[in-house]
Design a protein around this ligand. Sequence first.
Ligand code: HEC
Ligand code: HEC
Length: 173
Amino acid sequence: MTHLRPVVSFAAIDDRGARSVALFAEAGRVIQHPRCMNCHPRGDRPTQTDAMRPHMPAVARGVDGGGAATLRCTTCHHAANFASSGVPGNAGWKLAPAEMAWQDRSLGEICRQILDPARAHLDRAALLHHMAEDDLVGWAWHPGGARQPAPGTQEEFGALIKAWLETGARCPA
Ligand code: HEC
Ligand code: HEC
């Protein structure tokens, strides 16, 4: 498994703003990982695999991100990964809303977007909770099948996000 740099290793960066940017860049190794990006597409269709190819079969987000009325995500994605078929699963399986699209955006753009109160519906406390503890986000470290998990652990990732917020939540350019 690949590791994330621990928060203490950023202490050598004296400038608080520069430290904040560096912490987010490290967290970005998770945020921009295919396990996360596949559910945060630009359009209405999820992507699949490390190559982030369009989801097969073609599925659409529908009104609630859970799929069209005729083909719900939960038809195939169940409450947990299904080992024999390799279909990933989680009780909350659905597509991130269009205003939370990350694909084709730079890490700096994603950073400003998740902090933008006009677009995001999570305040900073909720954002930290979501990243550090949400079970659907946590799936990315236990993706089942032959999929590569996101780097590090959700706990390490949460610690980076917490330290990033505490250092002023500065974004890469
Ligand atoms: C007809 C069955 C079916 C439906 C409906 C379906 N999926 Fe999938 N989905 C799959 C299968 C099978 C895979 C695994 C493909 C693989 O790993 O090669 C998959 C994989 C994925 C992945 C990729 C995980 C990864 O990181 O590689 C995402 C994301 C995903 N589905 C999201 C959704 C969403 C969101 C919906 C509803 C809008 C949905 N799926 C509806 C069958 C389905
Ligand atoms: C199976 C699909 C799926 C996967 C995989 C996924 N997300 Fe999401 N994500 C969502 C959904 C759905 C929402 C909307 C949650 C809400 O409205 O409360 C969301 C919202 C978010 C938000 C809030 C964004 C904002 O602008 O407010 C963050 C942050 C986030 N996800 C982080 C992650 C990270 C980090 C990963 C990978 C470790 C990840 N997600 C993987 C479906 C997914």
